[in-house]
Every structure is written in C-alpha cells, then in structure tokens.
Design a protein around this ligand. Structure first.
Ligand SMILES: Cc1cn([C@H]2C[C@H](O)[C@@H](COP(=O)(O)OP(=O)(O)OP(=O)(O)O)O2)c(=O)[nH]c1=O
Length: 191
C-alpha cells in the first residue's frame, strides 16, 4: 500500500527539514496565511492549538492530509510576540533571562474528509542570566528576526540555554515524537 498524500501547510523551512527527518516528503507545500492575533485572555496552549487547526483548515484539501504547526513562547500566562524589531526582541530576552519559560508546539492534521486531529507538546526552557553584553551580541546576530519569543534555539541561543525539558524539535517548530504518532494514527507508514 502506498503512503497517503501529505500536504504541509507551512512556509517554515525548519518544518520542512523536520518532516524530512521522519522520512516523509510532502507532495505539496501550501502555507496558510491566517490572522495570528491571540484572543483576549486566551491561554497559550489554547492559542497554539487554535492556530495549528486554523492553518490546517486554511489549506484544506480533498486530495490529502494537511499538516500544520504552531509554536508559541509563553512566560506564565503571557504569550510572547514574534519579534519583528530589535526593541521587541530585547524585551523578550530581558524577560526570559534567568527564568524558566514554556514553549508550546501544537500540530494539527486534517484528513481529506475534514476530520481534525491535534497534539500538543510542551517544553520547558531555561536561559542563563543574560548580561547586557550577551543580549547586545545576540541582538547583533539578527537570529531573533521573526522568531516567537525573540530567539531561535537552533542557532546561537542554545549556548545561552542551560536546561531544556521536553522536545528540542518542538521548540524549533515541529515536535517529531508527537508528529510521528499523529501521522501513524492517520495511517502513514513511518519507521
Ligand atoms: C522559540 C523558537 C521559535 N522559532 C520560530 C519558528 C517560527 O518562525 C516562529 C513560530 O511561528 P509559527 O507561527 O509557529 O511558524 P511560522 O510563521 O514560521 O511558519 P508557518 O506558520 O508557515 O508554519 O518561531 C524558532 O525557529 N526557534 C525557536 O527556538
């Protein structure tokens, strides 16, 4: 039996690389453009799941399974923004410095008949206490651009992270354990 058709609803090159690590190649990449504004008082985990579902729904297809993901950085109940400018990135790093925070990574899989399955992965991340020099140097790298919470663990930031409990791939954007389980439950054959 052949593999079901997989459509990846993501513009993120990291999600493409991560899905390849499960030995899968999407038949199509259909990024979903949705409104990513959190609702007032929305909990980080609810927001991550809602975003993943909305992305999968926006790329809905009768021809295959649509996989989408969403990664949210949360400090307590607070949802950190995607850092689009240096001021925002600095605020995020100052907030995360020396404190534990959570990264919520939700994935949603929409079946061709419209049935939606989802999973959530939660990872604790601890940054060292960052000095002013460390923050300045990190900002100068530009790696924070467009990243939730103003950092990317897959780059320089990992040298500033003393502990992570959960899923490294989840922090990057597609939790491989949960993604494999979700795809297997939908009939994909994966090692
Ligand atoms: C915390 C963290 C975030 N990020 C990035 C991944 C995403 O760009 C962003 C989370 O935003 P997402 O909305 O999850 O993803 P995206 O906008 O990049 O792609 P798409 O919606 O098309 O699938 O933060 C990292 O790359 N590494 C990290 O360590």
């Amino acid at each position: 039996m052949g593999q079901p058709t997989l459509i990846l609803a993501s513009a993120s090159p990291r999600r493409r690389e991560l899905i390849a690590r499960l030995g899968l190649e999407p038949a199509a990449i259909n990024p979903a453009d949705i409104d990513e504004t959190p609702a007032a008082g929305e909990r980080p985990r609810d927001y991550a799941i809602r975003m993943a579902r909305e992305k999968a729904q926006a790329a809905a297809s009768d021809d295959g399974f649509v996989l989408a993901g969403d990664t949210v950085v949360a400090a307590g109940r607070r949802i950190l923004p995607k850092a689009e400018d240096e001021v925002t990135a600095r605020k995020c790093l100052e907030l995360l410095s020396g404190r534990r925070h959570r990264v919520l990574s939700a994935i949603a899989l929409r079946a061709p008949d419209g049935h939606m399955r989802e999973r959530l992965c939660e990872t604790m991340v601890l940054f060292k206490r960052l000095s002013a020099e460390e923050i300045d140097a990190y900002l100068a790298s530009g790696e924070w651009e467009g990243k939730a919470g103003g950092y990317a663990i897959q780059g320089l930031a990992e040298g500033l992270i003393s502990r992570i409990q959960g899923s490294h791939s989840g922090v990057v954007g597609l939790p491989l354990y949960e993604t494999r389980a979700l795809l297997k439950s939908a009939g994909f054959q994966i090692v």
